[in-house]
Write a protein of this length. Structure first.
Length: 355
């Protein structure tokens, strides 16, 4: 994902503008005259920065999936693995004399990526051995998992060109494709109802594998963005190529996103790492549950200087380490600020009315 990681320096400037309130109102852009009112600006408010790792976060309501593996020099190995279910086609019957050809998985990329896309992508597709079920209330998390069958449906090395909006077309096991085709051809009980089909074909997982994989790609969590296509043909009165699509079922899915920070400055069990302990740097990577935290321990002291002081405006400026962009990753278009409490529970967004 293009904005999966941005490393920020602790060089932050918070400009605080406040005034001493007496008598007349201030008329900005005019001479203050004898108003006894002073406008003071300071950039010496102390900021303490740290990197916070969330324990887990929901991924069954995301608008896009991430798939692949990226080896980051700061945060270690980050892997993304979606778990999907599929629905029966609207027309389940096959034409008379139909002959099986092949079966494939199609993923429509949305041009978002992170990593080196010039390296071939090693992808593995596994069939699930159990139904996807909610792990807590109505949620599934980045740490959730569903058992898989030992035999893979696909293990391929492919080239991906995400800037072109490529679709990934992955050939799946013919033994599974022929088995599925036969059930449609015979109108077996497994393909007569949605529940029966889900019990027969519980879904798939998609993962990046191998030492060569060095990128994470994303595709939309929409029904037409992921499907299994069953190719077949008829020969009477002449050859006609046909197919059936099993579309992604958005009713039940999740994206497993895991990090291995061994060998990095963030290795260990601590979920809250001060920038002092991480080389005077703090990191944000929301897609992997990594958040940059800032506290302002001396901010309230400004209001204690004089009882007539009034805070007018505070401006926070973030300066990014140039090497974190690696020459070809642009800055994200937006960053979101949220208030937190002492337990690092994320609260409401802080909005800027000027944006």
């Amino acid at each position: 994902m293009k904005y999966l990681l941005k490393t920020l320096t602790p060089v932050l400037i918070a400009g605080l503008v406040f005034q001493s309130c007496e008598k007349k109102n201030i008329q900005f852009a005019t001479d203050l005259g004898e108003t006894f009112t002073n406008i003071i600006e300071t950039d010496t408010v102390a900021i303490e920065m740290s990197t916070f790792f969330t324990d887990s976060f929901p991924t069954n309501s995301v608008t896009e999936f991430a798939v692949g593996v990226y080896r980051d020099s700061v945060l270690g190995v980050i892997s993304a693995k979606p778990f999907l279910q599929f629905s029966l086609p609207e027309i389940r019957e096959l034409e008379s004399g139909a002959v099986y050809d092949s079966v494939c998985l199609v993923l429509k990329l949305n041009k978002n990526y992170y990593g080196d896309t010039t390296v071939p992508f090693n992808v593995t597709v596994n069939e699930l051995n159990a139904l996807i079920t909610h792990s807590y209330s109505n949620y599934l998390f980045n740490t959730s998992n569903t058992p898989e069958k030992p035999a893979t449906l696909a293990n391929r090395q492919i080239r991906i060109y995400p800037s072109k909006g490529d679709s990934i077309n992955i050939g799946l096991s013919d033994s599974k494709g022929l088995e599925m085709f036969d059930k449609f051809q015979q109108q077996s009980a497994e393909v007569l109802t949605a529940d029966a089909f889900l019990n027969y074909f519980k879904g798939i997982s998609i993962s990046g594998a191998g030492a060569g994989t060095s990128a994470v790609y994303s595709f939309s969590a929409a029904a037409d963005s992921a499907y299994i296509r069953l190719h077949y043909h008829t020969t009477t009165p002449y050859h006609v190529s046909l197919y059936k699509d099993l579309k992604f079922n958005p009713a039940m899915y999740f994206n497993q996103i895991l990090s291995d920070r061994n060998g990095t400055v963030f290795s260990g069990t601590s979920r809250h790492v001060s920038s002092i302990a991480s080389g005077n740097a703090a990191v944000t990577q929301p897609a992997a549950g990594v958040l940059l935290k800032m506290t302002f321990p001396s901010l309230r002291n400004l209001l204690k200087l004089d009882p007539t002081l009034k805070l007018l405006r505070a401006t926070l400026v973030l300066r990014v380490k140039p090497e974190s962009m690696q020459g070809y990753y642009p800055l994200p278009k937006q960053l979101y600020l949220s208030a937190t409490d002492a337990t690092n529970t994320i609260g409401s967004f802080l909005s800027d009315s000027n944006l």
